[in-house]
Design a protein around this ligand. Structure first.
Ligand SMILES: Nc1ncnc2c1ncn2[C@@H]1O[C@H](COP(=O)(O)OP(=O)(O)OP(=O)(O)O)[C@@H](O)[C@H]1O
Ligand SMILES: [Mg+2]
Length: 285
């Protein structure tokens, strides 16, 4: 484990430890059965196993909130495969400026964020912070948890709805790790397969820290196929707060790089319903 991650996770009180491990033989043992206290949620961190649909659901949640005429900031924190080039065409964006400029500053303030915010031409309620095409973690001066915390603090002053699309690998990504700690709620995605479960069983102990509030996590089963029966899902991953179905239309949008487009097909109805349910429950829109 990186020393940075260790130091991030090692502060806090002496509260009782929480067992975060899945028990495959006894799914009921998972400790996230009760919905978190949702009052005043402002920052939602979306995290979970690799390829579970974190970026897709983050974009769709942001789009839904904006469609309700509420301002939303979407932070695309992935620095290894920056999502901006595949979530929407560049022609939909105002001038592209990078999240890297914000984190590379000695201190993060509101002006710096505004200068590097990416506006979506078709949606006045939506603002994004993101790395740009071709950039990576070494494109800018290294940052620390100080800048990550300042970014979240400043965002809190600017907007009531903030969604952070985190990377799965929390040991290697400071912004994602800080987001998991500082957010008001975490939407934890898991695909319904044993590899995904193995990933979470491996990574969740890293969050076994007193200051990580396990009670703020919403569990979601993601990208559920029509052939996966409810009881099979329950058996694999235990109780969840939300179920996000697979949608062919979403998959085609992902391939085409236009995830901010609307979903019109009948088969997307359950996916759309899941998105509005999550947004309404987490943010009490
Ligand atoms: N609900 C869904 N409907 C259709 N396809 C989905 C759904 N959820 C995820 N996928 C598919 O899963 C893949 C990964 O999606 P996405 O990039 O959003 O996942 P991620 O968790 O952000 O991945 P990473 O760990 O690389 O950041 C894509 O191929 C996408 O089309
Ligand atoms: Mg992603």
């Amino acid at each position: 484990m990186s020393s940075l991650f260790k130091s991030l996770m090692s502060r806090g009180g002496d509260d009782e430890e929480v067992d975060l491990e899945f028990d495959l033989a006894n799914p009921e043992s998972d400790c996230f059965e009760l919905p978190p206290d949702r009052r005043d949620n402002q920052i939602l961190a979306v995290w979970g196993s690799p390829s579970s649909g974190k970026t897709i659901i983050s974009v769709k949640l942001a789009r839904y909130i904006a469609s309700q005429k509420k301002n939303v900031v979407l932070v695309l924190a992935d620095m290894s495969a920056p999502p901006l080039p595949y979530v929407c065409p560049p022609s939909d964006l105002e001038a592209e400026t990078s999240l890297g400029n914000i984190l590379a500053a000695a201190h993060v303030d509101g002006n710096l964020i505004r200068q590097n915010a990416i506006l979506h031409k078709k949606n006045e309620y939506l603002t994004m912070l993101a790395m740009l095409k071709g950039e990576n973690a070494f494109s800018y001066a290294p940052y620390t948890e100080t800048q990550a915390r300042e970014l979240l603090d400043e965002l809190r002053k600017m907007c009531d709805h903030i969604i952070i699309d985190c990377t799965s690998n929390i040991t290697g990504d400071t912004l994602s790790a800080v987001s998991l700690i500082e957010s008001d709620a975490v939407l934890r995605l898991v695909s319904c397969d044993l590899k995904s479960i193995s990933y979470l069983n491996s990574q969740l102990p890293l969050l076994l820290d007193n200051k990580f509030n396990a009670n703020k996590q919403y569990k979601a089963a993601s990208n559920i196929s029509s052939f996966q029966a409810d009881d099979e899902i329950e058996q694999i991953i235990g109780g969840v707060n939300f179920k996000i179905p697979h949608s062919d239309e979403v998959y085609r949008q992902f391939l085409a790089g236009n995830l901010f487009s609307g979903l019109n097909e009948k088969d997307s109805k359950d996916f759309r319903r899941a998105v509005s349910k999550i947004a309404n429950e987490v943010f009490e829109l």
